[in-house]
Design a protein. Structure first.
Length: 76
């Protein structure tokens, strides 16, 4: 593999890891114990640099993702 292909594989692996972090956090927000649920909610809905970094690392638009989460929360 050349350098570009290696970088694409690494990006893909990193993105999968960060997407798993986000998925775990959303799962905790939806069905975790109250303390964990509140921590997840704070992470997902407070404007902080960590949230943006995780979304960016996962290849997810942070604003759009939060918009979709809020829409989901309002529908539930």
């Amino acid at each position: 593999m050349n350098n570009i292909q290696v970088r694409e594989v690494q990006d893909s692996v990193e993105q999968k890891l960060w997407r798993a972090v986000i998925a775990s956090t959303v799962e905790e927000w939806m069905s975790g114990p109250l303390r964990i649920k509140r921590e997840a909610e704070k992470f997902l809905f407070s404007d902080n640099a960590d949230y943006r970094m995780v979304c960016d690392s996962a290849g997810i638009n942070p604003e759009y993702f939060r918009f979709r989460l809020k829409k989901f929360a309002n529908a539930a």
